[in-house]
Design a protein around this ligand. Structure first.
Ligand code: HAM
Length: 424
């Protein structure tokens, strides 16, 4: 038997319905916060990610699905959404429109890593980005969105960790201090960190290896080296978060795995998901548009992982009650062909009114059809038999209330209107 490739999963039935619920809340939030949707390709030129996410980041160096197509182009399955959205922002001249431009997306991302609970090779992200404003209030809008989104799902016990990673003016000086600090400690570091110390010392701070953590415990912190502009920005972000009652914790070791961040970096972490506890994260990227070939345009954004949110919802028993009966089962009885044809016509009439309606295709008896309707969570059964055809009145049974009444065909749609809509 064939199986889905390692690190990928099929999402179906109950789980797919739950994802629809998450997507619905996310879209509603995007509507109220005025984000517009964008779809970008699943693959891009590999260089887009190398330049933006960073040549030396784990995401690019170890985890990117990279391949040559038949035209010998070097392409990569997108490991994240921000780079593609930034490319599209420039390609479609959105930087020439009134700013800020606020975009959102929902889709699969790909990272080649060792799969485990909450870590997939194909996983889904919901993301938002704001281009064209350096105002600290936009950092806060992104964070507040994320916090509101998790709160609407009932995920109230997440920790917001936040840090400033500085900018190209102040960061190099800090990195020098960090390098000096680890110079005599390289023997204590893991192999990756020994290389990080040379090529990308900021990454030293988020190594999960216990020995590296111990070695870095008293390392210099970025905060002490922020330039006045970065300091002012970070202070304003923290102040606004306080004003809006969004609790946070400044974590000087939070640097995130992508190289494009400047100044604000943040993550929402669940203590109950262990090492894969980051449900969503993001930050400011004021150099990204320029590094993708555009003018200097500031930006800030965030992405949340759908699988991890779903795991946290499951752990905390937060899924809405899924056993609410819905829809209508149209039980056609009698053996004559005409009756069945009229039954089929009624089926499509009701569906055309926006109702969810199902019919029997396996020639079951009325009793078996009733049983099926019960088992499959239908709220109503309409009985369409010989008698009903002649009188043009049907029996409408409410399986939830255990009541039955006779109604005319005209009345049906009106009576059932609460069953309309594709998602409850
Ligand atoms: P990220 O932190 O790399 O940020 O990913 C965001 C979220 O995606 C994580 O918090 C996590 O929930 C989920 N995630 C990441 N990798 C995996 C995986 N292998 N399996 C399952 N879930 C995963 C970004 O991707 C940035 N583009 C966020 C951003 C947007 N920054 C600014 N704008």
């Amino acid at each position: 038997m064939r199986r889905a490739p390692r690190g990928t999963r099929d999402i179906l039935l109950q789980e797919a319905a739950r994802w629809q619920f998450l997507e619905k809340i996310f879209r509603e939030m995007c509507f109220t916060y005025n984000f517009a949707e964008i779809h970008t390709p699943i693959f891009e030129e590999a260089e887009l990610f190398t330049r933006s996410v960073g040549e030396e980041s784990d995401v690019v160096k170890k985890e990117m699905y990279i391949f040559r197509d038949r035209g010998d182009r070097e392409l990569a399955l997108r490991p994240e959404g921000t780079a593609g959205v930034t490319r599209a922002y420039l390609e479609h001249g959105l930087h020439r429109r009134a700013q800020p431009v606020k975009l959102y997306y929902f889709g699969p991302m790909f990272r080649y890593d060792r799969p485990q609970a909450g870590r997939q090779r194909q996983f889904y992200q919901m993301g938002i980005e704001i281009f064209g404003s350096g105002d600290p209030a936009t950092d806060v809008e992104i964070i507040k969105f994320t916090s509101d989104f998790f709160a609407r799902l009932g995920l109230l016990d997440l920790n917001l960790q936040i840090n400033s990673v500085g900018c190209p003016r102040c960061r190099p000086f800090y990195l020098e201090q960090l390098r000096n600090f680890v110079r005599d400690k390289t023997a204590l570091l893991c192999r990756d960190c020994r290389q990080r110390a040379r090529v990308n010392p900021l990454r030293l701070l988020d190594c999960k290896n216990g020995d590296c953590r111990a070695a870095l415990k008293d390392s210099p912190q970025m905060e002490a080296y922020l330039c006045p502009a970065c300091r002012e920005h970070f202070t304003a972000v923290l102040r606004l978060l306080k004003v809006l009652d969004v609790p946070f914790e400044v974590d000087p070791f939070l640097v995130r795995g992508l190289d494009y961040y400047t100044n604000t970096a943040f993550e929402f972490v669940s203590a109950s998901l262990g090492t894969q506890g980051s449900l969503g994260g993001g930050g400011r990227y004021d150099q990204l548009v320029e590094s993708c070939g555009g003018p200097p345009v500031p930006g800030v954004g965030m992405a949340a992982g759908v699988e991890r949110i779903a795991l946290a919802m499951e752990k905390k028993n937060l899924w809405p009650n899924e056993d609410v009966p819905s829809g209508i089962f149209l039980a056609v009885t009698g053996s004559d062909n005409e009756g069945r044809e009229e039954g089929l016509a009624l089926l499509y009439q009701l569906r055309a009114q926006g109702l969810k309606v199902e019919i029997d295709y396996l020639n079951r008896s009325l009793k078996a059809q009733m049983k099926y309707a019960h088992r499959h969570g239908f709220r109503y059964v309409i009985i369409w038999g010989e008698e009903e055809r002649l009188s043009k009145r049907v029996k409408l049974r409410d399986l939830q209330a255990g009541e039955q009444r006779e109604v005319s065909l005209q009345e049906l749609g009106h009576l059932l209107s609460e069953q309309k809509g594709w998602i409850k």
